[in-house]
Design a protein around this ligand. Structure first.
Ligand code: GTP
Ligand code: MG
Length: 325
């Protein structure tokens, strides 16, 4: 792939060349400059692809649900790409989460493309890697892109704002989580799933969830979040979920809904990229100057506190940048 020019590599991705896409995502994970250059060429207008997010706590059944959604969309003739971010059990690792057989079927299906990303802990964080991977998947021309993220931290909320329809997955054993999430991810989800509805506590969990949803401010676009019980292991409730996804898609594609979403996405994407770029430029600046070592030694020797050290490094950087050095 390295023998290809940036333009040729980008072209291959746009032609749905899986090898070119896989190598690009690896280059993104390694933060190679060429990845940024190719990404610049992969601009896709917002709205062409249906972009879905599936988020929730570890083990809630997200991957099983995604697998069900893949089957449902394939039956409807759609091609599907999945980005599984930081899966604790790798999506593509053979033992597909107790559902090896169904995954193998997807694995042979040319209309399905699945990629795991281990992006936590690398510079720029989960949101940056996901922004880039989503761009690759959209440029490849899939009808539907699904992003699976674990957890309910700020990174997941950022990712939720980048997808058109965000699906939050909860289970009957997550009563406390529902409380904890009221202020966070709950605000950005458009569909709430109560998975593992075959387990005890279903009715109470649905009630808790509905109460929590009622307490959140009404969405500006008038969408009210449905709560859908599912059993991902038997595909129970999946058609209903697909119905709600289609309804929400129709809802945001009305009037200037998609334009508003495009603004929200550009804003979020912009802030993710700017944060990443600032970090990159500053670290590039510090690298090789001996500053890092100098300040670390001073901190360890008790000559300076870390806060003042950071302020000094930043002001040195700003002075140097102003001089154009
Ligand atoms: N009883 C029951 N088990 C389920 C259901 N859905 C998923 N599971 C099981 O729950 C376990 C976790 O499912 P996953 O799909 O891997 O969950 P996940 O949310 O993707 O997990 P991580 O990616 O590791 O966070 C698996 O053993 C599934 O078989 C369900 O509706 N009912
Ligand atoms: Mg998973």
């Amino acid at each position: 792939m390295s023998a290809l020019s940036v333009e040729q590599w980008a072209q291959k991705v746009k032609e749905n060349d899986r090898k070119a896409a896989a190598k690009l995502i690896s280059a993104i994970e390694r933060k190679e400059k060429i990845a940024r250059d190719i990404l610049k060429q992969l601009f896709v207008p917002v709205g062409k692809t249906t972009v879905l997010g599936v988020t929730g706590s570890a083990g809630a059944g997200k991957s099983c649900l995604v697998s069900c959604l893949i089957s449902a969309f394939r039956k409807r003739g759609k091609t599907v790409a999945v980005i599984a971010v930081d899966p604790s059990s790798p999506f593509t690792g053979g033992a597909f989460l107790g559902d090896r057989l169904r995954m193998q079927v997807h694995g042979r299906d040319k209309g399905v493309y699945i990629r795991s990303m281990a992006s936590r802990g690398y510079l720029g964080g989960l949101a940056r890697g996901t922004v880039d991977a989503m761009r690759v998947m959209e440029a490849m021309g899939h009808d539907i892109v699904i992003v699976e993220t674990v957890g309910t931290g700020q990174d997941e909320i950022d990712v939720a704002r980048l997808v058109q329809t965000c699906i939050l997955v909860l289970t009957p054993t997550m009563g406390d989580d529902i409380q904890a999430m009221k202020a966070g991810i709950m605000e950005v989800a458009q569909i709430a799933i109560l998975n593992k509805a075959d387990m005890p506590g279903k009715e109470k969990a649905i009630l808790d969830l509905e109460v929590a949803l009622r307490m959140r401010p009404t969405a500006a676009d008038g969408w009210s979040v449905p709560v859908v019980p599912t059993v991902a292991t038997t595909e129970e409730g999946i058609d209903e979920v697909v119905g709600h996804i289609e309804n929400h898609q129709a809802h945001i594609r009305q009037g200037d809904g998609m334009k508003k979403f495009a603004f929200q996405k550009a804003e979020k994407e912009g802030s993710v990229l700017i944060k990443d770029e600032i970090e990159r430029v500053i670290f590039d600046h510090i690298r090789g100057t001996g500053l890092r070592r100098k300040y670390l030694e001073k901190i360890v020797a008790g000559e300076i506190d870390p806060y003042t050290a950071v302020e000094e490094v930043m002001s040195l950087f700003i002075k140097k940048s102003a001089k154009g050095v």
